[in-house]
Design a binder for this molecule. Sequence first.
Ligand SMILES: C[S@@+](CC[C@H](N)C(=O)[O-])C[C@H]1O[C@@H](n2cnc3c(N)ncnc32)[C@H](O)[C@@H]1O
Length: 326
Amino acid sequence: MVTAFRISAALSVAADLGVSDQLAAGPRTVADLAARVAADTDTLHRLLRALATVGVYAEQQDGSFANTPLSEGLRSDVPGSMRPLARTLTDRALWAAWGHLGHSVRTGDTAFKALHGMDVWTHREGLPEQNAIFNDNMAALSSLVADAVAAAYDFSGLSSVVDVGGGKGVLLEAVLAQHAHLIGTVFDLEHAVADAPPPGASGSVASRWAAVSGSFFETVPAADAYLLKSILHDWADDPCVDILQTCRRALNESGVVLVVETILDRPGHEVETAFSDLNMLVLPGGRERSEREYAALFDTAGLRLTDVVHTSTRMSILEARKQRSQ
Ligand SMILES: C[S@@+](CC[C@H](N)C(=O)[O-])C[C@H]1O[C@@H](n2cnc3c(N)ncnc32)[C@H](O)[C@@H]1O
């Protein structure tokens, strides 16, 4: 466990070089691979040998290397590819922030901001390549759960949906694809929306799709449902209440806010959620929460928790409506 960061570092380099993509058609010699990914033959061999000991790549009898089920996950073209996630580790600012975890634990501060003097969103705004890797990563992770989330909630009484902080709009696309009566808008910061192409023009989704840029601390486009997937866990309680209040101000009387998150006290994903909680502490300055903690946020924002729908994935949908007196 203490040295597990070495595996993370090795995976990130292999992913960044695109080794799994190069092995997609079959085994290759290290010299061939090194030429293809522009690496040093001897050190690439050392990297692959180390990763092979943990089941990522396999050395063949003739000394060539092949993909394994684990390294297939680092291919760019597999559903839910882990390649963008591994490539996020190529951002040295992110590594440095994790090295600063002790500062967060001692002080409660967000390590990234304490170290770099800016938040992660401002940092990525200035680094288009890292911004694209991050957005690809969110899209890949969301693609694993989007269909299940879209299927789990009853959208029949609603007509328009905004995917707030929707990134590349993977969740919105799944919701529109499954619910043909809905129109939708993906809403995000300008640099994120710029990185989000509309869905393929062939489907019926494209004609019901819009993209709008802005900040959810100021305004959100009008709609009768606001989807917030993996948004509130990025923020401390006060900014969460601000985001929810922005949605509440725009909400009509029968509208809903649908918060899609992993919930701390739901059994089955404890390790992932608890370490994601530390990731939120170190990088954006947020936290993972229990159902009760989400209910308290809604309450402070003038909303009330009206339903919790668990999906077949690790994501749950927390439905909130305006408080009756509002
Ligand atoms: C963790 S990602 C979630 C993306 C997407 N909802 C998903 O689950 O795949 C957080 C998103 O919030 C967006 N974001 C951050 N600050 C924002 C702001 N002030 N206004 C609107 N979007 C913001 C980021 O650009 C990013 O796309």
